[in-house]
Design a binder for this molecule. Structure first.
Ligand SMILES: *Cc1c(COP(=O)(O)O)cnc(C)c1O
Length: 404
């Protein structure tokens, strides 16, 4: 991928004909809103019709699965409310995220506290708010859940490394399958309800087969617990479903078929009843609903004979483009006012931080006519943009979100 040409007007036209049509509907509606309202730049526009459509597509692809939207992907109140109306459940990581979901009408029975790292006071607060489903990956945490959320259901999270995801989780969450057996068995002893094994294959996972190993290990854990007369009714396959960026992903149907086939195969082989699926989509539901419009602050060259221009935007790593870290995510770009001949650019944000560079290894090509004051749009930016923006690093405000 390094050094590849990742954007040109022609690429946009090609995507328009081959890409997901709903994403292009979102782009058109967001542009109409921006052109009419002219909100201050930069900002993110979320097309709620696309959020609805993505949620419905996933529900149809995995009938019988319970879908817990991972709130951290985009916590805009309107997004959460739209998903409450669509019948979603919610995966949260903190008490404020629980309060956000409840304020938008979610039933606490639809909320899963999926963070394995939580203070005792947060477990107690979640329980008081009505939450009865938690994820854990350690004996101390499961004991805290038993104490502060008696009788709750728990997922035991296992660790998967080297999943090939573009934005992997590393080793921070989950435990070995053997420890998951101990944790869920301890949960049972303490009067909690072991719900199932959970795992996350890493975000923006481009390989539908990546879930197979997690499902296989989950089935092995379930078999060991079955031998202790503990049955696990669910399997939680986490998030990882993709948004549309420059490197295209397989269609949703391939992911759904692969995950369902893995469950049938591994639980079937172990002679276990098939668990119901729990999925925690974040990016998939909101990414393609978002369009981020930024403004060019400066276009310059470092020397007369340099072919590359530096394009500095009013959006950067600290006010929305956090996923440009290591250039993990390469967004599709568009320059709505400019077309014509293009040339290579480095793209950077507006702050005085040397790391506030968006792309210098993946080479984007933007119109030679691009000037300060023009707009540069980032497509499919509904996930992990506004929610990652800092309060006001260097005085630049967090990214505002407009839901339409
Ligand atoms: C972030 C997260 C998700 C969502 O991941 P996506 O890749 O955005 O789908 C799901 N589950 C857990 C536990 C998470 O931390």
């Amino acid at each position: 991928m390094e050094g590849s040409l990742v954007y040109s007007a022609a690429a946009e036209a090609e995507q328009a004909s081959s890409g997901p049509p709903s994403a292009w509907g979102a782009v058109a509606r967001a542009r109409a809103f921006l052109d009419e309202q002219c909100p201050p730049s930069p900002c993110l526009v979320i097309d709620l019709a696309t959020v609805r459509e993505r949620y419905r597509a996933l529900a149809e692809a995995l009938p019988g699965a319970q879908l817990f939207y991972a709130v951290k992907a985009n916590p805009a109140a309107d997004v959460v409310r739209e998903l409450v109306r669509a019948g979603a459940s919610f995966d949260v990581a903190s008490v404020p995220e629980i309060e956000l979901c409840l304020a938008q009408g979610a039933d606490p029975a639809q909320i899963s506290y999926g963070n394995t790292i939580k203070k005792h006071a947060d477990v107690a607060a979640a329980y008081t708010l009505g939450v009865r489903l938690f994820t854990t990956d350690s004996i101390p945490d499961v004991e805290a859940i038993a104490q502060y959320a008696p009788g709750a259901s728990v997922f035991g999270r296992i660790m998967l490394v080297d999943t090939g995801s573009l934005t992997p989780f590393g080793r921070k969450f989950g435990c070995s399958p053997d420890m998951a057996v101990q944790v869920l068995s301890r949960a049972h002893e303490l009067g909690l309800r072991p719900a199932g094994v959970s795992f996350h294959v890493g975000s923006q996972q481009l390989d539908p087969q990546a879930w197979d190993r997690g499902v296989r290990e989950a089935a092995a854990v379930a078999a060991k617990l079955a031998a202790q007369d503990v049955t696990l009714p669910l399997i939680n396959v986490g998030g990882g479903l993709p948004g549309s960026y420059t490197v295209s992903a397989p269609p949703l149907a391939e992911y759904a078929a692969a995950i369902e086939a893995s469950v049938r195969e591994h639980f079937g082989a172990a002679g276990l009843p098939l668990p119901s699926l729990v999925v925690e989509p974040g990016r998939f539901v909101v990414a393609d609903a978002g369009l981020l419009r930024s403004e060019v602050v400066l276009v310059s060259r470092k020397s007369d004979d340099d072919e590359f221009r530096w394009v500095y935007l009013d959006v950067g790593r600290y006010n929305g483009m956090a996923e440009c870290e290591n250039e993990y995510i390469t967004y599709l770009l568009s320059t709505p006012e400019r077309e014509g001949e293009v040339g290579p650019v480095y793209l950077a944000g507006p702050t005085c931080d040397g790391d506030d560079v968006l792309y210098q290894r993946n080479i984007y090509r933007l119109p030679l006519a691009l000037r300060a004051g023009d707009h540069v749009e980032f497509l499919s930016t509904g996930a992990y943009t506004a929610s990652y923006s800092s309060i006001a690093f260097n005085g630049f405000s967090p990214l505002p979100t407009h839901c339409i």
